[in-house]
Design a protein around this ligand. Structure first.
Ligand code: HH2
Length: 284
């Protein structure tokens, strides 16, 4: 399988890793770490040196403790200089912009982002589908409910007996939204949205039954890195210390069909996913 994006195609014949670059003062696990563009450049150098296939740059947090929505101008002020610098430092680098806003997507694509990662799967900005179609970007449609301020809380975490069937149905609706906006299927990746409008049991069910999401027919990304359900299962309260739990979840997600992994800690995930893939795939 291949994922088409604005500057080419990414083959998914092995696990692909996107390193997280949060240019936000309030992200749940590493907020405030990047104070300057040079801080972001150093992090990007490190993520790529450790084996990331691309970087996911975000300027608006969706943290569980009630994120503060950010204006378009403030979000652009945070992310555009970082994307500019990444393109200059690493020509050809695959850059994804994590945003729910069409104008941010358009302006980031203009300076070199090839992928738009929308945690609302085009629900929150009616212009987003058209903007992504025009820019020719690859898109990640992530499952969530509610708005930026409450999507990472339990406010909308109400499901019946089979939460995964509801996640699958809502992702299928997102795929239709993207298609109606003029985005070809080859540009679409789906994400179950671990921790978004889901209690831990529901996030774990989504990972356990990830095959049902893969069966929709598009490549699957997962973002489990350092998340709350890992803290609950392991007792590790500091998000940055949840690396081993993150690796465990990613390896199981690979086995159940995920091919794209959004992580903070690239090296341990790279090593684990490459070894797991050699065993799964029979090639080494
Ligand atoms: N999770 C977060 C943000 N963006 N995108 C995708 N596709 N999948 C995810 O699971 C996902 C995402 C939240 O994590 P993080 O960026 O670490 O924190 P914050 O939202 O506080 O910036």
């Amino acid at each position: 399988m291949h994922w088409h994006h604005a500057t080419g195609t990414l083959s998914l014949d092995k696990p692909r890793i996107f390193g997280i670059v949060n240019v936000t003062p309030d992200s749940f696990s590493d907020g405030g770490r990047l104070q300057t563009v040079d801080d972001a450049r150093r992090l990007i150098d490190q993520l790529l040196a450790e084996g990331a296939d691309g970087v996911d740059v975000g300027g608006e947090s969706t943290r569980p403790q009630g994120a503060t929505p950010v204006s378009v101008d403030e979000e652009l002020r945070r992310v555009v200089p970082v994307i500019d610098a990444a393109v200059r430092d690493h020509p050809g680098v695959l850059i994804s912009i994590d945003t729910v806003k069409a104008r941010v997507a358009t302006e980031c694509a203009a300076v070199g982002a090839s992928i738009v990662n929308d945690v609302s799967a085009f629900r929150l900005d009616p212009q987003m589908g058209g903007a992504c179609a025009r820019a020719g970007v690859g898109v990640v449609l992530m499952h969530s409910r509610g708005d930026v301020a409450d999507m990472a809380t339990f406010a909308h975490a109400t499901y019946g007996d089979d939460p995964v069937s509801e996640i699958v149905a809502e992702l299928c609706t997102a795929v239709e939204r993207a298609s109606a906006a003029g985005i070809p299927a080859e540009r679409v990746v789906l994400d179950p949205g671990v921790g978004f409008s889901k209690r831990s049991a529901q996030s774990i069910a989504a990972l356990r039954e990830l095959n049902r999401i893969a069966a929709i027919g598009r490549p699957v990304m997962v973002g489990v890195s350092r998340k709350r359900f890992i803290g609950e299962l392991t007792g590790v309260t500091t998000p940055a210390h949840r690396v081993a739990g993150t690796v465990g979840a990613n390896v199981m997600a690979l086995e159940r069909g995920a091919r794209l992994f959004r992580v903070h800690d690239v090296r341990p995930n790279r090593e684990a996913l490459d070894v797991a893939w050699a065993i799964l795939d029979g090639r080494s």
